[in-house]
Design a protein around this ligand. Structure first.
Ligand code: DAT
Ligand code: MG
Length: 138
């Protein structure tokens, strides 16, 4: 695969549960490189741009409120095929459906959680990665 960059976010639940190190460990163990990293308290404008594809969906408001609820760790990650590769490390969107061995499957709790509390975000295409890296690392 091609050398790519992607945006990974450790969402507020991951930061609050002290899972940032474990998530970084999995990224590094796979052989991906950390290019840039920072702790961010995202505002509405940033989140509205980030999640523009989901405006109007029933989960949009709860999702944005959750993403505003605490600090996020934003990471620029590089590697061969890292855009699809990180999404397979992350696992299915719903942690209750995510396979064992994935971040969401191993670390996502299956009780008392909303789907948005799924620990990580990863860009879903080259276009999304370029757009999202521009938003979070401009
Ligand atoms: P992903 O994060 O796997 O790319 P997505 O882009 O479809 O998933 O959705 C963005 C986030 O919105 C996702 O991480 C969690 C939340 N979400 C998605 N579908 C949902 C649903 N049906 N109910 C509640 N939250 C949802
Ligand atoms: Mg997505």
């Amino acid at each position: 695969s091609e050398l790519e960059e992607t945006l990974v976010l450790v969402k507020p639940d991951g930061v609050a549960r002290n899972l940032t190190g474990e998530i970084l460990r999995r990224i590094e163990a796979k052989g991906y490189g950390l290019v840039d990293i920072k702790l961010v308290e995202a505002d509405r404008a940033l989140l509205a741009s980030h999640y523009e594809e989901h405006v109007g969906k029933p989960f949009y408001e709860p999702l944005v409120e959750f993403m505003e609820s605490g600090p996020i760790v934003a990471i620029r990650v590089e590697g061969n095929g890292v855009i699809a590769g990180f999404r397979s490390l992350a696992g299915a969107t719903d942690p209750t459906a995510a396979a064992p061995g994935t971040i969401r499957g191993d670390l996502g709790r299956d009780w008392g959680l909303k789907v948005q509390q799924n620990l990580v975000h990863g860009s879903d295409s080259a276009e999304s990665a370029a757009r999202e890296l521009g938003l979070w690392f401009s």
